[in-house]
Design a protein around this ligand. Structure first.
Ligand code: NAD
Length: 473
């Protein structure tokens, strides 16, 4: 492991959080070997013994949540309120997994003599994204460990310190050696880990481009589980009967939370043409009042983007809005330098969405407004996307929301709540370029296990039960 990389705070490039070794192929193989060796012991320890370690992890995560929040804010730049929200989700994930998630991977009985049991897969690789560097990997790791798998975790190379922090927490919680391994590095490390024959499944949260590459690279390993949680081009329908104050607040929050860097952030608003001007005005009012500043400063709403490279990417995409046929109706301002960024709004005349600006994930605090004539028009416009993660319907009518349920093709569909709202007690994931039908959230225990079905019989041979022509003794 001769190469190293540095983790620098996006808010202050002079703030070096640490230097980390890039794990090479041999070191990765050794980590997988340790996880393989530990696996049968962890599996056979039984659920109660595993749950005890998980609860210790929960208690430590609760005790140290402020320390984690500060580290997240410093390393990836999300504002402290947001980082605190993320840190609080770690202990919560343990409780929800033990109390509810395990129920989805419990023995399934079909009468007195037939049942299915659920078993860990073995060694699971977890590849984490930068935007929720603790909560999203944790959302795979906790169910994987609870169901008896061992884990090799590779955090994003933008958030290696958070990865190390998590490793320390598992160690302090008393997790046996080898059950949780950490490897560090970027794409090459991730690829070497994911493709290793000793890995039984890959639990990935990240971009569509990388998810696609993983799918392609594992074509010859059909038995390897691939759970892909990828990006979004999320949408909100605002109908003429919506509470516009609520719609504007929920939309603005969904556009800008985590500086627009959540998979569930809002980028397309389909608004009834009679209320579009008013909603636009309300949105501009809110967006121009956001407190953009250093993530570790109390009272700041929005920190910088995660890196300069991310800033360049977002700016390049933004510059294409007019080429796509849109009119920039709001260009926010910030006196701070890149990767600090201000929110933006673009308005289109029709719901035709043909340009990359309108179809690809932006991953920054910006959204497009489109006029619609009615609900059916809105549903069609939302569905005109390769992504399928999250959508919201803003209307006072529950009936109109119900009309969308099952028709809007997204894994998450909220009513009078923004796209970023999600419950830990529910599945989380989407179709198309957003996922491969392995929803995470409460159902993560399902992809962490394999079922085995049993017909069970205690007794003697009943000759009457044999088919005709079959010899009786
Ligand atoms: P990314 O795809 O760039 O990286 C994700 C992880 O994959 C990182 O650990 C990275 O080092 C690793 N990686 C990169 N190239 C690889 C390769 N060729 N083989 C194996 N591993 C590789 O994603 P990101 O920029 O860290 O995160 C942002 C993306 O994640 C956005 O698209 C966002 O929508 C998505 N996301 C999805 C969800 C969800 O639940 N659906 C949640 C959060 C983020």
């Amino acid at each position: 492991m001769s190469d190293t990389f540095r983790s620098l705070s996006p808010a202050d490039p002079a703030d070096e959080i640490g230097r980390f070794a890039v794990w090479d192929a041999d070191a990765i193989a050794e980590a997988i070997g340790r996880a393989r060796e530990a696996f049968p012991h962890w599996r056979d320890a039984g659920f109660e013994a595993r749950a005890m370690v998980l609860r210790r992890f929960r208690d430590l995560a609760a005790e140290r949540k402020e320390e984690l929040a500060q580290l997240i804010a410093r390393e990836m730049g999300k504002a402290l309120w947001d980082a605190r929200g993320e840190a609080a989700l770690l202990p919560a994930k343990v409780d929800v997994t033990l109390e509810h998630g395990m129920g989805y991977a419990e023995t399934l009985t079909a009468g007195a003599a037939a049942r299915a049991t659920f078993h860990p897969r073995g060694v699971l690789a977890v590849l984490g994204p930068f935007n929720f560097p603790a909560h999203l990997p944790n959302g795979h790791i906790v169910p994987a460990l609870a169901t008896g798998n061992s884990v090799v975790f590779k955090p994003s190379d933008l958030t290696p310190a958070v990865g190390e922090w998590m490793q320390r927490l598992w160690r302090d919680a008393g997790l046996p050696a080898g059950v949780f391994e950490l490897v560090q590095g970027g794409a090459e490390t991730g690829q070497a880990l994911a493709l290793d024959e000793g890995v039984d499944g890959v639990l990935f949260t990240g971009s569509y481009a990388v998810g696609r590459a993983l799918r392609e690279a594992t074509l010859d390993q059909p038995d390897k589980l691939l759970a892909l949680e990828m990006g979004g081009k999320n949408a909100m329908i605002v109908l003429e009967d919506a509470d516009l104050e609520l719609a504007a607040a929920e939309a603005a929050l969904s556009i800008t939370a985590t500086t627009g860097q959540r998979c569930s952030c809002l980028s397309r608003l389909f608004v009834h043409h009679t209320v579009l001007d008013e909603l636009q005005e309300r949105l501009i009012d809110i967006l121009s009042g956001l407190n953009i500043g250093p993530p570790l400063e109390e009272g700041v709403f929005m920190g910088p983007l995660v890196s300069r490279a991310a800033f360049e990417r977002v700016q390049q995409m933004r510059a294409k809005a007019e080429e796509a046929g849109g009119e920039r109706v709001f260009r926010g301002e910030t006196l701070r330098i890149a990767p600090y960024i201000a929110p933006g709004l673009v308005r289109f005349k029709t719901t035709e969405q043909t340009h990359a600006y309108q179809r690809e994930e932006l991953f920054g605090p910006e959204a497009a407004l489109y006029p619609i004539d009615d609900l059916e028009h809105g549903i069609a416009a939302v569905n005109d996307s390769e992504y399928g993660l999250a959508a919201s319907i803003m209307s006072r009518s529950r009936g109109r929301f119900d009309r969308c349920v099952g028709r809007v093709r997204t894994g998450i569909l909220n009513w009078n709540k923004g796209t970023i709202g999600a419950s830990g007690r529910l599945p989380f994931g989407g179709g198309g370029k957003s996922g491969n039908d392995r929803p995470a959230g409460i159902l993560a225990t399902v992809y962490c296990t394999v079922p085995q079905s049993h017909l069970e019989f205690e007794g003697k041979l009943d000759p009457e039960s044999l088919p005709p022509g079959f010899p009786r003794s």
